[in-house]
Design a protein around this ligand. Structure first.
Ligand SMILES: [Zn+2]
Length: 395
């Protein structure tokens, strides 16, 4: 059985040990070491394993196998053999972060248990998020605010965290470790915890969402909560500054902005519609008439696609005409409309004949066809060719 220094003193950042066994790892370039004692916490109970170094070799993962703790070490060469003495150094910021999140979890679980009779059935401590799964919920914002306040009060009370080992009856090797926050919580846990609740720092609940008949609660503690606060504060300050308000007024300012945006979009649409009617009537007034059918040909270098679609819609509502509408900027796009009900003039057929001018694609039917291409300079010849074909058909 590997002696667990991390239980005896969870603040031990460096330790000496003797290598008992070495075996190859499944990961290429790595081997696994068994030590007589270790300060590295092996993955378990929702808490990820520690990382660090063993005599300068990187420890990437630590795990428990029966009562043995194996260290996966990046080293393919010499230097780590059974019988050697090694110095272990923990990645302490990582470990302390885990200790803060883990004790924060104990405190939150205790508050939910004591106040809502909700049991914790899952715990996950990830690189980004920390979650617990509860057998009740989801909870309202009001309830979450109350839980947050009670949990942070336990932090502010700076209560001593006690842990003790009791032997598991019926087993020689298994021992159960009890972790106790006096007056609040006692539970079996193998993880690492700070010596007092004050070290958890802030506990902040981020969200509660329905999960497997209960809820999943996402939260942050300690330095993670501080980092999140800094990030959110910076973001909201920047957003508020760009809207020329203080960050407490940000939400109202965004609502106002969305309202303005909606109004502007409506005005933009109205203006486009009015413009397209005027433009259409102007083009129709100038159009040459063949066999009683006005034929409009437009090849515009400045018009935007949105305007083209408005204009085309306006022509769809005009009676008895043919409109060949195109824009070249930034790439050629066109709409061909035939309002004459004359089946001999098929816009789709003519599109197929002439679209090679712009090296493009398109399609439609006898009354309406559209498309686009990659040769802007080919659009005017294409529309002119189609116009000539239309005139020929109308004869
Ligand atoms: Zn624990």
């Amino acid at each position: 059985m590997t002696r667990k220094l991390y239980w005896e003193n969870p603040y031990q950042k460096e330790f000496q040990a003797c290598i008992e066994k070495v075996r190859p790892s499944k990961t290429a370039g790595s081997k696994e070491l068994l030590l007589d004692q270790t300060g590295f916490y092996p993955e378990g109970g929702g808490q990820p394993s520690d990382q660090g170094t063993l005599s300068g070799h990187r420890v990437t993962y630590v795990y428990l196998e029966d009562t043995s703790i194996w260290h996966v070490v990046t080293s393919s060469g010499e230097g780590l053999s059974a019988g050697d003495q090694v110095t272990g150094v923990l990645d302490w910021p990582r470990r302390f972060d885990h200790m803060q999140q883990h004790l924060g979890q104990h405190i939150l679980s205790a508050v939910f248990d004591n106040s809502f009779d909700a049991r914790t059935v899952g715990f996950h401590l990830g690189e980004q998020n920390v979650t617990i799964d509860l057998d009740k919920g989801p909870f309202t914002q009001n309830e979450l605010d109350r839980v947050e306040e009670m949990a942070n009060n336990i932090v502010f009370d700076n209560l001593e965290v006690l842990s003790s080992l009791v032997s598991d009856e019926g087993s020689q090797t298994n021992e159960i470790r009890l972790v106790n926050i006096p007056d609040h919580d006692i539970c079996a846990c193998s993880g690492t915890h700070p010596k007092a609740t004050g070290e958890v720092g802030l506990i902040k609940i981020l969200k509660s969402e329905a999960y497997k008949g209960g809820c999943r609660l996402t939260f942050l503690c300690g330095k993670r909560a501080l980092a999140a606060y800094q990030h959110i504060h910076q973001q909201s300050q920047q957003a508020a500054a760009s809207l020329s308000v203080g960050w407490p007024e940000l939400s109202e300012a965004v609502k106002g902005l969305l309202q303005d945006n909606k109004q502007l979009a409506k005005e933009n649409k109205d203006i486009h519609q009015q413009w397209s009617t005027l433009k259409r009537d102007h083009l129709l007034a100038e159009a040459q008439v063949f066999s009683g059918v006005p034929i409009v040909t437009m090849c515009d270098d400045a018009m935007e696609y949105k305007s083209l679609t408005f204009l085309a819609n306006s022509f769809r509502q005009a009676p008895h005409c043919i409109a060949l509408l195109g824009i070249t900027n930034p790439s050629p796009r066109f709409v061909l409309l035939n309002n004459t009900n004359s089946p001999s003039v098929s816009m789709n057929e003519m599109l197929k004949e002439s679209i090679h001018h712009i090296e493009g694609k398109g399609g439609g039917n006898a009354a309406s066809a559209q498309g686009g291409g990659s040769r802007p300079e080919g659009l005017a010849p294409m529309l002119s060719e189609i116009r000539d074909a239309v005139i020929e058909k109308l004869k």
